[in-house]
Every structure is written in C-alpha cells, then in structure tokens.
Design a protein around this ligand. Sequence first.
Ligand SMILES: NC(=O)c1ccc[n+]([C@@H]2O[C@H](COP(=O)([O-])OP(=O)(O)OC[C@H]3O[C@@H](n4cnc5c(N)ncnc54)[C@H](O)[C@@H]3O)[C@@H](O)[C@H]2O)c1
Length: 341
Amino acid sequence: MLNAALIGLGYWGKNLARNLAADKDINLHTICDMNIELTKKNAEKYATVARVTDDYDAVIRDPSIDAIVIATPIATHFDLAKKALEAKKHVFVEKPLASSALECDALIEISDRNKLVLMVGHVFEFNSAVIKVKELIDSGEIGEVLYINGQRLNLGRVQTNLNALWSLAPHDISITNLWLQAEPNAVSARGFSYLTNGVEDVVFVTLEYPGNISVSLTLSWLDPRKSRLMTVVGTDKMVVYDDVSLDGKISIHDKGIENLSKFLKEPESFSEFHHKIRNGDVLFPNFNFIEPLAVECAHFAECILNNRTPRTDGRNGRNVVKVLEAAQKSLKNQGERITLA
Ligand SMILES: NC(=O)c1ccc[n+]([C@@H]2O[C@H](COP(=O)([O-])OP(=O)(O)OC[C@H]3O[C@@H](n4cnc5c(N)ncnc54)[C@H](O)[C@@H]3O)[C@@H](O)[C@H]2O)c1
C-alpha cells in the first residue's frame, strides 16, 4: 500500500479523493488544503484519511507519505510539485503540469535525478473511448488522418483568473498528441473576453501537425449546450467521438468523396451527384467503459510500485504545456502563427 496525500480538495480534488480512496494500492492518508474548515468537513467521508491540514511543508516532511497528488490551481503546480520531488516524494500533478515548458523541464530533471515518478493528470488518455479511437487510427481503418475538429463547450464552470485555453485545451492537445503520436509544428489562436476583462471565455485554436494534418479546437464556457465532440476525418472513413453521449460515444462513418475529379465535374443528374459522395453505413463500436480517473489513479500507483514510467509522464506534460504557451503568445498577438521547434 502506498501512503498518499492529496493537496487541494476543491472541485476536481473531490473526484480524485473518491478514486484515490477506492484504489486497492493506495491509502489516502492526508488531505491538505488552505481552506481548512471546509476541508475538514468535506474530508469526513473518506474513511482512510487520518490527517487534514493546511500545512503543506509538514506533509512533505512526513516520511510515511510516499506520494503527493496535487489538485490546486495551475499557478501553484510548479512550486508544490518541486518541493515534493525535492522531498523525494512521487508526484501526480493535475493538468496542465505547470505554467511553462521551463518549469516542466525543471520538474522532469528533479524527478529523473531522484528516480521518482512524475505523472500529469491528462485524464482523457485513460478514457476507453479515446483509446478506442486511437486503435481505429492505428489500425488504418479510417485511412490517413486529414484533419480533426474538436469542440469543448458548456455553460460554466466560468473561470475568472484563467482563460478557456489553459482551462480546457490541455485535454484536447493531449488527446490529439496521443492520437497522432506527434506534436504540432505550429499553432495559432484567437480568443475573446465577454465576462471578465482580460480573460478569454471563448478561444479558437488551430494546430498544424506533421503531414499537413490540421486540428481546430473551439473552447468555451459560454455556450448553451455541453459539447465534448471530436471528429476525425480520414481518407477512407470518419470517426465521431462524442464524450457526452451515453450509448454512442464513438461512431465510424463510412463516408468520403469517392473520386475528386468525378466530384468536381458538373453532375448531370441529382442521383449522379449523390453517387460521387460515398455515404455508407455508420457503425457504433462496442467497448468497455471504466471511469477514466480510476484507471489514471491505478496507473499512478502501478508505476510507483513497479518502477515504471507513466504513460502521461513529465515529458508528455511538457509537450502539452509547450503548445499552450505558444497558443497563449498567439492569442496576445491577434492569432499570429507561432512555430514550435
Ligand atoms: N482533469 C479534469 O478534467 C479537471 C477538471 C477540473 C480541474 N482540473 C484541474 O484540477 C486542478 C484544480 O482545479 P479545481 O477546479 O479543482 O480548482 P478549485 O479552485 O476548485 O480547487 C483548488 C483547491 O486547492 C486549494 N489550494 C489552493 N492553493 C493551495 C495550496 N497552496 N495548498 C493547499 N491547498 C491549496 C484551494 O483552497 C481549493 O480548495 C487544476 O489544475 C485544474 O486544471 C482538472
């Protein structure tokens, strides 16, 4: 059993606490949060928790704690993770890993030097639907990927000191990096503030991946409907991943343009027009769905116990932060195209 401390029992920390407490290899021993009174009350439901505190330094000094799970605001990730790694604790940090690639590099260096697990909470990489889409891409069933379109929309949770890019895009960037097994060459982003001055509530991002694959993302917490939709358009088939759907998260569309030169030729009849577009069957593949956060927590424990590198390690976290930083620069420069080394 690993003795773990959770730092931050806010909105997302509560989901982590529930899954950490349920994991067979983890003993959720300590919860640390600056808001001590509320945390004492909220922590009552986790039977294994022996200590609730607001003293972070005491937690990382405690030799009985093996692992620290950080679910605090992004601006605090680097300092808290660095201290924990320096105190020789294994560390899990919620997404994004830190506020800059330089900070990520420093965390990677300390974890490597101290031979510690450093993992980032890119929870969608543990989502069976996302993994299923990756299998479809890897198998060649949809042909070559041409482009991906993603929408992450909802009415709320509105953030006032963090824009929609940093709050929402880490998920989509980690998903597309995973699906394409690559990182973008270039990024551009536009963003608009409507609720809080200087905080973009709506952000449009374009990522350019190797092989002329484009990814466009629309991110907003000011939209009437919750949408977690990603469409992958391939040369042979198209896949729609709808994370909100309960019974049809993935659909494979046997659709395409059969023959471009034929398609461009003026059709002589309405039926001929239809024949040039291949509009075949739609398949809803079956797969087991397990709560991704439970899989993620189990993976963290397994990596510590078996001395393995997490699928979402520090480098994986850095690859996402690098793109966020470039997109932020583009936002500030009215959508300037920023190339990534
Ligand atoms: N994976 C996901 O889908 C997902 C969803 C939401 C949030 N998150 C991530 O989770 C993290 C937390 O976000 P949230 O929405 O839960 O924020 P939140 O504001 O609801 O909660 C943060 C908690 O951390 C505490 N805190 C702040 N600074 C602290 C410190 N120095 N020491 C101890 N406690 C401290 C606060 O008191 C608060 O209880 C962020 O990194 C965010 O990106 C991930």
